[in-house]
Design a binder for this molecule. Sequence first.
Ligand code: AHR
Length: 509
Amino acid sequence: MRKALLGAAFAGALVVSALVGVGTSQAATSQPCDIYAAGGTPCVAAHSTTRALYGTYSGALYQVRRASDNTTKDIAPVSAGSYANAATQDTFCANTSCVITIIYDQSGRNNRLTQAPPGGFNGPAAGGYDNLANATAAPVTIGGHKVYGVFVAPGTGYRNNNTNGVATGDQPEGMYSIFDGTHFNGGCCFDYGNAERNSRDNGNGTMEAIYFGNIKVWGYGAGNGPWIMADLENGLFSGVNQHLNSGDPSISHRFLTAIVKGEPNHWAIRGGNAQSGSLGTFYNGVRPNVAGYNPMKKEGAIILGIGGDNSVGAAGTFYEGVMTSGYPSDATENSVQANIVAANYNTSGSTSGPAVGSTISLRATTACCTTRYISHSGATVSTQVVSASNTATEKANASWIVRAGLGSSACYSFESKNTSGQYLRHQNYQISLQANDGSSLFAQDATFCSEAGKNGQGNSFRSLNFADRYIRHYSNNVYIASNGGSNAWDATGLWADDVSWVVTAPWTP
Ligand code: AHR
């Protein structure tokens, strides 16, 4: 009896260790792509900046490039099958900023994602390319270990137009992705999956990608969104109908598992909470009742964060995703979901920003300016020297009430201590003090996300909607600045110091 019980416990432990993978110090034996392979639908692309998607994978997960000297570094898992070694990134990117240049393909097919080229639409970077993601903008933990996701601000995009083994025509395929279900917008189109090889709109049915967001131009589901939909080109589909399919729910788990799969005249949308529970099926049926989508004309390129024609209006965050050859069974996907839950994604506790509701002052850390604080005079915001001998008004002008971010509660907004209802916001990249007009643009422009100070002191505050820009003082004025760029305040010299602020007790409590 005792032997039988021990045997059962051992078998159970094996299953748990196979599922948990990155949550333990042991290498995982069965990760998502092992599960897909066992189901007869192997991964043909496997992308993640957070963990290995095969139990034996120990190669590079992604590559970062730092602004200080333009050199690059590959980031690998800490061991085969495990979580990303983000400490390597932190060391490499200390005192500067980094972008994600490559998201490697773990499937062995070299279907890596790199900076998306111009297509039907140009991106904002040089030559019409899309922007690369800020490598530190999406910190999370996996199994308690700090890792980074891919933060897609509008304008950011990755692509591979020359893939190997990805479904074309009406061939069957599946895909899943893990997104931040609280980071989305109504721009076109935060996608991950199959797209055109020439970055152009080649007509209905030339794409099959997972979409996440709340755009209502094409299809939509129940409620106000966001929804998981399928981007099939010239249409985001929530089911068989062109517009409303109420079986597709609004869904916004902080960590969201999103699935789209398709085979001849059959496709499905599935999804669930990547932190717990099982998947729901939101559509499972025939191709849309709109001409051009049956049979499909998939082209087999891979996109992340953009539409098939390089539309670059969307926002979102990506942690991991795969594409398969063949139409995965629900049972296979359910096992993948169990693996994802066991991997234990969580929000990062490491971004220690100021407490919401507290009043603070923000002191510059650049050697020139360590007695200067972010202050306002009416609408004008600058750094000012403040000391005990300043007037009460000058002290209050340098004091800020920390609010939950108007555009994201994971970040912050700073309300003036002595001008209630007015917040620091950027406009044309300069920070000023303005009354909250209730618009979503104001909310975005007035929201800043805290990271460890780029020069090792205090905190740096990243703009929510311009993810490569941080609050910076330059000639004593205050901007959102990137580390290098066309504006004077984007100068690389002293950038890390100028964007680092010490949160102090307020001059006016
Ligand atoms: O299908 C929706 C979008 O329409 C595609 O992503 C894009 O290529 C086109 O603009």
